[in-house]
Design a protein. Structure first.
Length: 138
């Protein structure tokens, strides 16, 4: 993997670990309440928000550690894809929290969500690089 892509991989790892670890400590993550509400709503209120946030903390931290410890592969990209799709769900479930004036004027919460577009671009770049490396070694 080229050096700039390693930096991107490590950057994603840092962000995922940081955001994930914060969710282990109630009140530290600015996304805690929104994440809990979202998962609780998606799961038809079967999973309580407080437990959902702990599950998300484990999931995000595992994704972050995987960016550090593993060569990016399908499993990591599947986990990343599932997570990143979930981050956009509040835009549809809770537009009153995400927008001042939909669809173009975001609240700080909406901006926090939309910044994930950058994460998607980085993951696509890493995936393309992985495909090229795999094709040249076969």
């Amino acid at each position: 993997m080229k050096e700039p892509l390693k930096l991107l991989k490590w950057s994603l790892g840092i962000m995922y670990c940081w955001f994930g670890v914060l969710k282990f400590f109630p009140g530290l993550s600015p996304a805690e309440q929104l994440a809990g509400m979202t998962i609780e709503t998606i799961c038809c209120h079967i999973i309580p928000a407080s437990f959902a946030v702990k599950l998300l903390a484990v999931f995000e931290t595992a994704i972050g550690l995987s960016f550090f410890l593993l060569r990016p592969g399908r499993l990591l990209f599947y986990a990343f894809t599932i997570h990143i799709i979930g981050t956009f769900v509040p835009l549809f479930l809770f537009p009153e929290i995400c927008f001042k004036n939909a669809p173009f004027v975001f609240t700080i919460v909406g901006q926090y969500i939309v910044k994930n577009l950058l994460f998607i671009v980085v993951a696509i770049m890493m995936h393309q690089e992985l495909k090229q490396v795999t094709q040249t070694t076969t």
